[in-house]
Design a protein around this ligand. Structure first.
Ligand SMILES: N[C@@H](CCC(=O)N[C@@H](CS)C(=O)NCC(=O)O)C(=O)O
Length: 244
């Protein structure tokens, strides 16, 4: 049965397109993957999308009649349904699952907030932004130190093999320049960013929704587009306080 993936060209969206391509690289004979682009200008709030994702955010997926939201839950579902080293089963899975939660609870929100205050929120003064920028910037550095400690022990986040935890974390950390989170003082993290980027499955996954020559560096036009889209989601005036 086909997999229906509802997504957009964002870090959380790319996690799943990378996973799909990595599964293919690992030799998995995946069913057809139908990609549905969700315009974050409002499609996330439609009743049709909320039937799949009550949380009103991409990515979401439907497979075998089951709808799944939350990028890391989707990674786990795909990992368990199509077993490979990307999501080890048995005891070894406990090397990976905590780091998948770590990404969802830490890297995503902190890097996302740092990015929003750096690039997208345009209804606050510089003075108002100073405190959250400092807070999320410092916490991002602490998380990078945690990542760095892991990479001192092995080539990837959870051991010597690339797993869903690398996919989830890398999709955020690779945008360090856009979020203005400096990783240059951490050569091991820089090298891991490069090591993951060199994988053909990763390259194909992050190509989703992006012109080939802009995979690693957005054009001015793309920057403006992301700034506009980001502001439409991030600024207080755009936030909704209902879920209807
Ligand atoms: N914890 C969620 C976060 C998903 C998320 O924040 N998605 C963003 C795009 S990266 C989104 O859909 N934003 C739309 C909105 O906030 O209205 C996950 O990992 O799937």
């Amino acid at each position: 049965m086909a997999i229906d993936l509802y997504t957009a060209a964002t870090p959380n969206g790319w996690k799943v397109t990378v996973m799909v391509e990595e599964l293919r690289e690992a030799g998995v004979d995946l069913p057809e993957v139908k990609l549905h682009t969700v315009s974050l200008g409002g499609d996330q709030f439609t009743p049709e999308f909320m039937a799949i994702c009550p949380n009103q955010k991409i990515p979401a997926m439907v497979h075998d009649g089951r709808a799944i939201m939350e990028s890391c839950a989707i990674l786990q579902y795909l990992g368990e349904t199509f077993p490979t080293e990307l999501f080890p089963l048995g005891e070894r899975r406990w090397d990976v699952i905590p780091w998948l939660y770590w990404q969802a609870a830490n890297i995503g929100p902190i890097f996302g907030n740092k990015l929003s205050y750096t690039r997208y929120i345009n209804d606050a003064t510089d003075e108002q932004k100073a405190h959250p920028l400092e807070r999320f910037g410092k916490e991002a550095q602490r998380l990078l130190a945690v990542l760095d400690n892991q990479l001192a022990k092995h080539d990837y986040l959870c051991g010597e093999t690339f797993t869903v935890a690398d996919i989830a974390t890398w999709c955020w950390v690779r945008s360090w320049k856009w979020a203005k989170i400096d990783i240059t003082g951490r050569p091991r993290v820089m090298e891991w960013v490069r090591r993951c980027r060199a994988r053909p499955g990763v390259e194909r996954g992050i190509s989703f929704g992006v012109p080939k020559d802009e995979i690693d560096k957005f054009s001015q036009e793309r920057r403006a587009q992301y700034r506009q889209g980001g502001a439409g989601i991030a600024s207080n005036w755009a936030l909704r306080d209902d879920a209807t």
